[in-house]
Design a protein around this ligand. Structure first.
Ligand SMILES: NC(=O)c1ccc[n+]([C@@H]2O[C@H](COP(=O)([O-])OP(=O)(O)OC[C@H]3O[C@@H](n4cnc5c(N)ncnc54)[C@H](O)[C@@H]3O)[C@@H](O)[C@H]2O)c1
Length: 259
């Protein structure tokens, strides 16, 4: 792809995990990527511009878009993957933990979309805004109130923004991963707030997702292959949310044993 038609992306949370895999996936298709993260990247990827910013801070997000403006090629794709996790029951959870989680996930999406939308509309070349939600958007996770609320909020804002953006050929979608092997999950396993066996028991495919598998769904939503898809939150969870029963009854297990 020549530079004249090269697409430009911003990925929040690009220093680690799913965000880093998204950057790798987009870069493979010739997209020029800016990363917004408040942490240093574990691995620097060629050609990526890493910008240090807090996605929940309006001025810092505006500063990142000013840098994209300076580069002079516009913006075509925005992916919001930055995220944190705080655990605790409502009644014990602090206001700060609530605000930090909502601020990073939901307000972060609002802030990047607020900067991106006017630019994409003015450019007149369409675009894609994609946020990383979670299966938590669809189920009740005890002890994860702010996270569940923020992810459901992302699904809602995705629908609302999709309708606002559609006349300008800007598509707005989200991806809801299930358990994916990144630091957020490894840390939860290490501190005992998640148990790997318990997670796998609930996943019909009996494995965690790899970050690259989530990145491929994002790449689809960023590409013209999804030209008629907007306002959706696509679940990629190995069947976790659609499973009606956790364990099969004995007669079904017996049948499985005959294979
Ligand atoms: N890993 C999973 O199992 C899983 C499942 C469902 C959804 N998700 C979602 O996927 C997204 C990525 O998660 P991950 O597993 O890659 O986690 P991760 O911890 O590996 O990466 C998250 C990145 O976000 C950055 N970040 C956090 N707060 C920020 C802020 N205020 N400003 C800028 N950057 C910030 C971190 O520095 C980090 O680089 C999150 O939104 C998470 O909720 C993850």
């Amino acid at each position: 792809m020549s530079n004249a038609t090269q697409r430009i992306a911003l990925v929040t949370g690009g220093a680690n995990g799913i965000g880093d895999a998204i950057i790798a996936g987009l870069a493979e298709t010739g997209v020029k990527v800016f990363s917004l993260d408040r942490a240093e990247p574990k691995q620097l990827r060629d050609g990526v511009v890493y910008l240090d910013a807090d996605v929940s801070d309006p001025e810092q997000v505006a500063g990142v878009f000013a840098r994209i403006d300076e580069a002079g090629q516009g913006i075509d794709i925005v992916v919001h993957s930055a995220g944190i996790q705080r655990s605790g029951l409502v009644g014990q959870l602090s206001f700060k933990d609530w605000s930090d989680v909502i601020g990073t996930h939901l307000t972060g999406m609002f802030l990047v979309a607020s900067e991106a939308m006017p630019r994409m509309i003015k450019q007149g070349r369409g675009g894609a805004i994609i946020s990383i939600a979670s299966t938590a958007a669809f189920v009740g996770l005890p002890g994860r109130g702010p996270y569940t609320a923020a992810k459901a909020g992302i699904a809602g804002l995705t629908r609302s923004l999709a309708v606002e953006a559609a006349p300008y050929r800007i598509r707005v979608n989200a991806v809801a991963p299930g358990f994916t092997r990144t630091a957020i999950i490894e840390d939860a396993i290490a501190n005992g707030s998640l148990q790997e066996d318990w997670m796998l028991e609930r996943v019909p495919m009996r494995r965690l997702a790899e970050p690259a598998e989530i990145a491929k769904v994002v790449r689809f939503l960023a590409s013209d292959d999804s030209a008629y898809v907007t306002g959706q939150t696509i679940v990629a969870d190995g069947g976790w949310t659609i499973q009606g029963i956790n364990k099969s009854p004995d007669w079904l297990n017996a049948r499985d044993g005959q294979k």
